[in-house]
Design a binder for this molecule. Structure first.
Ligand SMILES: NC(=O)c1ccc[n+]([C@@H]2O[C@H](COP(=O)([O-])OP(=O)(O)OC[C@H]3O[C@@H](n4cnc5c(N)ncnc54)[C@H](OP(=O)(O)O)[C@@H]3O)[C@@H](O)[C@H]2O)c1
Length: 191
């Protein structure tokens, strides 16, 4: 499967990229800066011993992905998603986004839409948004020689597809948590 990761230059997206590439998927790292995406892809190819990982702009990555993953900070949704909306039409889009702010104590700021996944769904009306990975830390994803020993909560309609895709990690059990509205409750596990 071609998996595009918008914001894949960051720690969470890069960790997911490593795990999925090692499980046999083709990865497109997306960035606001195509050169930065290419550099991150080259770094990840080196780490994963030449797995198929390429870098592109977020817009191009969204076009190339069969599935699109959002690994952006919450404020980046409103600026990034309008330009990829057409490319995401009829695709599964998985949101890892947690509206946490840093600097001093980590603060969860509930988005007006209820959750970041619901905000993403509103910005991508033609896509099928699923919320997942909120409580899987980037450093755990990066330790690819270690299994991740916890449940993975998934919210959103096309769960069946994602349960099978997520299982390609060979390291997680999955718990389907209900409709996308339930994404609001996953903050309890992630903040
Ligand atoms: N880190 C974790 O352990 C963890 C765990 C669970 C969930 N999450 C969630 O996963 C998401 C990504 O986390 P992260 O730690 O990887 O974040 P990050 O490093 O702060 O950001 C990821 C990438 O997003 C892009 N970006 C930054 N600010 C942006 C903006 N204003 N607009 C558009 N793009 C922007 C940057 O890529 P370019 O500059 O290359 O465009 C950056 O490399 C967050 O929503 C976070 O809550 C993180």
């Amino acid at each position: 499967m071609n998996i595009a990761i918008l914001g894949g230059t960051g720690r969470e997206g890069a960790g997911l990229a490593r795990r999925w590439a090692l499980a046999g998927h083709s990865i497109i790292i997306g960035s606001r800066d195509r050169e930065r995406a290419k550099a991150k892809a080259a770094e990840l190819r080196e780490i994963t011993r030449k797995m198929p990982i390429m870098g592109e702009s977020n817009a191009e990555a969204a076009k190339l992905g069969t599935v699109v993953v959002l690994a952006l900070p919450a404020p980046g949704l409103a600026t990034t998603l309008p330009e990829v909306s057409a490319a995401c039409r009829d695709k599964v889009v998985i949101s890892t986004v947690v509206a946490l702010s840093f600097g001093g104590p980590r603060l969860y700021t509930p988005p007006p839409a209820g959750s970041s996944a619901e905000e993403a769904q509103a910005l991508l009306p033609g896509a099928k948004v699923v919320a997942a990975f909120h409580h899987i830390a980037a450093h755990e994803l990066a330790e690819t020689d270690q299994p991740i020993d916890c449940d993975l909560l998934l919210c959103g309609a096309p769960m069946r597809l994602w349960v099978s895709s997520v299982r390609s990690f060979s390291c997680l059990s999955t718990t389907a948590s209900g409709s996308l509205v339930a994404a609001m409750n996953t903050r309890l596990t992630s903040s």
